[in-house]
Write a protein that binds this ligand. Structure first.
Ligand code: SF4
Length: 362
């Protein structure tokens, strides 16, 4: 598909006159009047992207294994090695999923899985290489930071060597999953075997240094405090100042179904908190080009409202998704429905690539 250049941002990096302080961030996340906050975030969004265009990507999120040794408290997806419900796909089975997504028009496949120590490095590299070779129209948006650490441990190599080998195999973007909340306190409580914030940050830092692009995610609504959220914002804003390698910020709320945290946290945070986080992020993360509305995790009406709280992107079609499904949270959408919902919200829909180049306006 031919690509046209994405709309040019007004400035390459920071676009607010004055960087928000931590105290100002705290005010946005706690007691700023919600609709005023949304109006400010929307103003910042249009200052960077003046056109009333909302982008989306045609994508799929398959998984290659549910085997994992990391036991995150918030995860309903994984099974321990040897569990009768554990499964691992062969390279050909994963490529059949890429083929299926490509046949439906996908330009992005976000592939992730558990931390399965039985998988050799060559498995991952073959997936990247063969996806590039057989499906050139698809960007292999594969493997989160913690999976890259797992590959490094299994192969007894530094994680930077893994990044180099993934690059050589043809990978250029990395998904931002596994950040949860980048606070030592939160991560040691909900994902103690995953390492502190630096475990996620160092992979993205070294990836950006090499020219990879990635996203920054945040899963909130469990054990975090406002200061933990601000730690997260500060960490990714600081990293973005170094290389500008993040394409987008993508927050979503924790879904407790079937997780070890479920007995403490029964209900996920509602749309008001989501819109507050999103708008605060648009203002605080002044060096992030894109902020994504998560129709998938927050619901389609909230996704539409999010377009007035600083979001300029609708996320993807997610033809396949298994992680939230394991927590009994299911939501689906078609390209036609995305186009209708974006138009109904008052914007022009535009299909984009993984790296936010526009391929088609509707
Ligand atoms: S979130 Fe990922 S690393 Fe944690 S238990 Fe689930 S599959 Fe494993």
């Amino acid at each position: 598909m031919p690509c046209e250049a994405a709309p040019t941002p007004n400035t390459k990096d920071r676009f607010t006159a004055k960087r928000l302080t931590r105290d100002e961030g705290r005010h946005l996340l706690t007691d700023a009047p919600l609709l005023e906050l949304g109006a400010r975030a929307s103003e910042a969004r249009f200052a960077r992207w003046p056109e009333k265009v909302v982008t989306f990507v045609i994508d799929s999120n398959p998984n290659y294994t549910n085997v994992c040794i990391t036991d995150c408290q918030f995860c309903a997806f994984y099974r321990k090695p040897g569990d009768r419900e554990a499964w691992t796909l062969t390279v050909d089975e994963v490529l059949a999923k890429v083929d299926s997504a490509a046949s439906k028009g996908a330009t992005t496949v976000l592939l992730q899985g558990g931390h399965n120590p039985a998988l050799p490095l060559d498995y991952y590299l073959t997936l990247v290489r063969e996806t590039r070779k057989r499906f050139p129209q698809v960007t292999p948006h594969f493997f989160t930071a913690s999976e890259i650490h797992t590959m490094a441990q299994v192969a007894s190599l530094p994680f930077t060597d893994i990044l180099d080998r993934l690059w050589d195999a043809g990978q250029r973007t990395i998904p931002g999953g596994g950040a949860e909340v980048l606070s030592t306190r939160v991560r040691s409580r909900i994902a103690p075997k995953k390492g502190g914030p630096e475990a996620w940050l160092e992979v993205h830092r070294e990836a950006h240094r090499r020219g990879f692009k990635s996203t920054a995610t945040m899963m909130y609504g469990h054990v975090e405090t406002v200061d933990d959220l601000l730690d997260h914002f500060d960490a990714i804003r600081e990293l973005q100042d170094m290389f500008g390698g993040f394409t987008a910020f993508v927050p979503w709320s924790f879904k407790p179904g079937n997780t070890l945290l479920e007995k403490w946290i029964k209900q996920y945070k509602g749309p008001n908190m989501y819109l507050r986080v999103l708008a605060a992020a648009r203002l605080y993360l002044d060096n992030f080009p894109h902020v994504q509305a998560s129709w998938f995790s927050e619901g389609k009406p909230t996704g539409q409202i999010a377009l007035y709280f600083g979001a300029d992107d609708w996320g993807g079609t997610l033809f396949e998704e298994n992680v939230h499904r394991a927590a009994e949270y299911v939501n689906t959408i078609s390209v036609d429905e995305i186009v209708t919902l974006i138009r109904e919200a008052g914007f022009t829909p535009a299909q984009r690539t993984t790296e936010y180049e526009i391929v088609r306006r509707y």
